[in-house]
Design a protein around this ligand. Structure first.
Ligand code: ZN
Length: 247
């Protein structure tokens, strides 16, 4: 049996945040059904926008970092810089690892069929990304909501979806719609909404040096687009008791 078709029962440990409250879906006398992930994995993989080649070319990466050090007038042979190309190369593997994550593996044992059609909200998901214009970080938090149409995903998986799209060279607008589109493809919900707030180091450290370089972006589908009450419920929830972003 393939991973994508494995059956799994819903458990209490797979808590889900609904309408702002953490609730249990299963109380031991389950009336939820054994479920399986829908099998259109192809569309899910497509929505993950992966890079299909092998791993990163660390030889080229290391050489390039060394070239940059030389080009800015530094001495790549001095003690402090000697291992910098190696360190930066390994760091990119981690910071830009989202291009090569397997989205099906990531979520496939955490998709559950439930008879629940109220809003599911996961807010304040911390993330770290890299702006593609300057290759400097932008960091912030994402708020994700959806209205299920028979399927939900385990609470812990939503931050991993955000992470998959954050760990790339990004622009915040695209990252926001990629998260929304991916969840749309994964769950086929009645609606999905994503709001991302972030601070961009490229604006804070350089150019205009705006220390409050905060940006908010949103992407909505389905109910959140067509139904004002649904949208307001979401916005009201995420604005409640939110601390301002800071570094
Ligand atoms: Zn930038």
């Amino acid at each position: 049996m393939q991973d994508g078709q494995r059956k799994k029962r819903y458990r209490i440990s797979d808590n889900i945040l609904m309408g702002g409250l953490l609730v249990r879906l299963y109380d031991g006398n389950s009336n939820t059904d054994e479920v399986r992930m829908h099998d259109d994995n192809k569309n899910v993989i497509k929505a993950a926008h992966l890079i299909s080649d092998e791993g990163m070319d660390h030889k080229v990466l290391k050489g390039s970092v060394r070239d940059i050090l030389e080009a800015i007038g530094e001495d790549p042979e001095r003690d402090g810089l000697l291992n910098t190309p190696e360190r930066v190369s390994r760091m990119y593997e981690e910071l830009l690892g989202g291009y090569r994550m397997d989205p099906v593996k990531m979520v496939n044992n955490a998709i559950f069929e439930v008879d629940y059609d109220q809003m599911v909200i996961v807010r304040d998901i911390e993330f770290y990304s890299m702006c593609e214009h300057h290759m400097l970080p932008f960091i912030g938090r994402a708020h994700v909501a959806y209205v299920p149409d028979g399927k939900v995903v385990g609470l812990s998986k939503i931050p991993r979806v955000v992470d998959m799209f954050a760990r790339r060279l990004q622009v915040q607008e695209r990252m926001t719609s990629q998260v929304a589109d991916f969840l749309n493809e994964l769950l086929h919900p009645r609606g999905v909404a994503v709001v991302i707030e972030a601070l961009h180091l490229c604006s804070m450290m350089r150019g205009v040096k705006k220390h409050d370089a905060r940006m908010t972006t949103s992407a909505v589908h389905g109910y959140f687009r067509t139904n004002m009450a649904t949208r307001m419920e979401f916005l009201d929830n995420i604005s409640r008791a939110a601390e301002p972003l800071h570094i």
